[in-house]
Design a protein around this ligand. Structure first.
Ligand SMILES: NC(=O)c1ccc[n+]([C@@H]2O[C@H](COP(=O)([O-])OP(=O)(O)OC[C@H]3O[C@@H](n4cnc5c(N)ncnc54)[C@H](O)[C@@H]3O)[C@@H](O)[C@H]2O)c1
Length: 301
C-alpha cells in the first residue's frame, strides 16, 4: 500500500494504547478515521486529540463483542465517509487466572472481544472493501499467538485463533482479491493499559502459592492489580512506536507484523526449540528489557 492519505480507516479499541496511536498516525498521514471503543471517556479523549488534524473523524461507542453493533458499523461508516479502505481489529482484553480457577464468565468475556470481535468485524467489512483499489484488514494477535505461558489460557486461545483465522483468510484473498491485504500483528510487550484493565482482583496477587499466581507478569511480585498495571505500562515499548511499526508493516505488505525485538526473538525461540523455547528466554529477555524504547515518538513527546 503506497499511502494512507485519502483513505478511510476504522480502528477498534481506539480509546487507549496502540489503537489510539494508530488513529493519530493515520490522521497525520491524511487518512479519515472512524474510531470505536467501549469506553466513552477515553474514546472522547482520542477524538479530541484528532482535532488537530485536517481530516474527517467519526466515533462510535460500541462493544466489539456485540454482533449486532458490529454488523451495523459498516453502514454507519459508509454513510459518514462514503467508503472504507482499512480496518484495524485492535480491541483486546485479558484476564489473569489459571484455567482451573477461572470464572466461565471471564473466559467468555475474553473470547467475545478478542476472537468473536475480530471475526465478526472482518465478516461485516470485507464485502465493502473487496472492490477498493487498495485495502487492508489488520487483525491484532500477539506474540502470545506464537508462544504460550501459564496464566493466559484464554488469551492464548484467542490469539492463536486470530492468527489461524487471519493467515487462512490472507491465503484466500491472495488468490481471489489481492487488492485486499490481510495482516496479522504480533506485538511483544507494549506499555499500554491492557493489564490495568484486565479482569483480576487484588486477591489474585496475595496468593502465597507460586502455582496459583495469575500470570508471568507477576514475576516482579506486584502486590495489587494497580501496581502490576503500572509496572507493565512503564516497562513496555511506547504504544506510539508500536503503532508506527504496524503501519510500516501495512505499507510494506508484511503478512505477519512483529512488533519489538522481544516478539521477534520469542518467535525465533519457538522455531528453533519447539518444545523447550521457554528455557532460552532467560538468555535474552533481560537485555531486551534494558534496551526497549519506552519513549514516545517525537511528535507525541
Ligand atoms: N500491550 C501489549 O503488550 C500487547 C501485546 C500483544 C498484543 N496486544 C494486543 O494489542 C491490542 C491493543 O491492546 P493495547 O495493549 O493497546 O491495550 P489497551 O488496553 O491500552 O487498549 C485496548 C482498548 O480496547 C478497548 N476495548 C476493550 N474492550 C472492548 C470492547 N468490548 N469493545 C470495544 N473496545 C474495547 C479498551 O477500552 C481500550 O481502549 C489488543 O488486541 C491486545 O490484546 C497487546
Amino acid at each position: 500500500m503506497k499511502t494512507f492519505s485519502g483513505k478511510v480507516a476504522v480502528i477498534t479499541g481506539a480509546g487507549s494504547g496502540m489503537g489510539r496511536y494508530l488513529a493519530l498516525l493515520l490522521a497525520a498521514d491524511g487518512a479519515d478515521v472512524c474510531v470505536c471503543d467501549v469506553n466513552e471517556e477515553t474514546l472522547n479523549d482520542t477524538v479530541e486529540m484528532l482535532e488537530e488534524y485536517a481530516i474527517s473523524v467519526s466515533s462510535h461507542l460500541l462493544n466489539v463483542a456485540d454482533k449486532e453493533a458490529i454488523e451495523a458499523l459498516p453502514g454507519k461508516v459508509l454513510e459518514k465517509h462514503g467508503k472504507v479502505d482499512l480496518v484495524f481489529n485492535n480491541a483486546g482484553v485479558t484476564t489473569g487466572s489459571h484455567f482451573k480457577d477461572m470464572d466461565e464468565a471471564n473466559w467468555d468475556w475474553v473470547m467475545g472481544i478478542n476472537l468473536d470481535g475480530v471475526i465478526n468485524s472482518t465478516r461485516a467489512f470485507i464485502p465493502h472493501m473487496i472492490d477498493r483499489p487498495e485495502a487492508a484488514v489488520v487483525n491484532t494477535s500477539s506474540i502470545f499467538g506464537m508462544v504460550a505461558v501459564p496464566g493466559q489460557t484464554v488469551y492464548h486461545t484467542t490469539k492463536f485463533a486470530v492468527r489461524g483465522f487471519t493467515e487462512s483468510l490472507a491465503l484466500e484473498m491472495r488468490d481471489t482479491n489481492p487488492n485486499l491485504q490481510i495482516h496479522c500483528v504480533h506485538p511483544g510487550h507494549i506499555g499500554t493499559n491492557i493489564l490495568a484493565s484486565a479482569r483480576m482482583s487484588d486477591e489474585d496477587f496475595n496468593q502465597e502459592e507460586e502455582g496459583k499466581r495469575p500470570s508471568i507478569f507477576t514475576r516482579n511480585a506486584p502486590k495489587t492489580k494497580q501496581e502490576m498495571g503500572d509496572i507493565f505500562r512503564e516497562g513496555g515499548m511506547h504504544p506510539s512506536r508500536a503503532a508506527q511499526i504496524i503501519l510500516e508493516g501495512v505499507k510494506n505488505k508484511k503478512s505477519r507484523i512483529f512488533v519489538g525485538l522481544d516478539a521477534k526473538l520469542l518467535d525465533l525461540s519457538q522455531r528453533l526449540f519447539p518444545r523447550h523455547y521457554h528455557k532460552t528466554w532467560a538468555l535474552f529477555m533481560p537485555l531486551i528489557m534494558i534496551f526497549r524504547n519506552k519513549k514516545p515518538l517525537k511528535q507525541f513527546g
